[in-house]
Design a protein around this ligand. Sequence first.
Ligand code: CUA
Length: 183
Amino acid sequence: MHHASELVADAAERRWAVIVMAIIALLLGLMIFTSLHWATMPPSRVETIDVRTLHLKGEFVESNLGTMVDKDGRVVARLVGQQYSFTPQCIVVPVGVPVTFRGTSSDAIHGFMIGRTNANTMLIPGFISTFTTTFPTAGEQLMPCHEYCGTGHEAMWAKVRVIPAEEFFAKAKAAERLSCVPG
Ligand code: CUA
């Protein structure tokens, strides 16, 4: 009798061991599948950029940073974060017009938020972050880095100057790229 119940327990233990192994194998399989799948097929809206040539060519060369009106009429502000500053240090935008920000980082992960707006994103080396927002009122907003990026993190911030739309578009006509008044 004793012997028979031992056999039953043994069989049950074995069965459960197999089930647990199967669950672990399934989870491992899922992990491997998703990591391979995501590595080879990033989400379609992710834009990447080569950090090594960031300053040399393409969209984020220094002369292309700041605000401009694109050919299709969109207002686009481009910026780069680096330890421990933003380029440009001051971004000009119009009141009441959607502004598309496009940014990236040349070193660590930086954060980027603008005063009392819903603008809030991260700047990640190798990737282009983008979002569109509208500024309802004129004035100056602070744009601090809100992602700890090293010993100089506290001092990393820039400004966004929101100016009347007429003034903005008049300036945009005069110069291709807008920055806060030089000097
Ligand atoms: Cu850059 Cu914190």
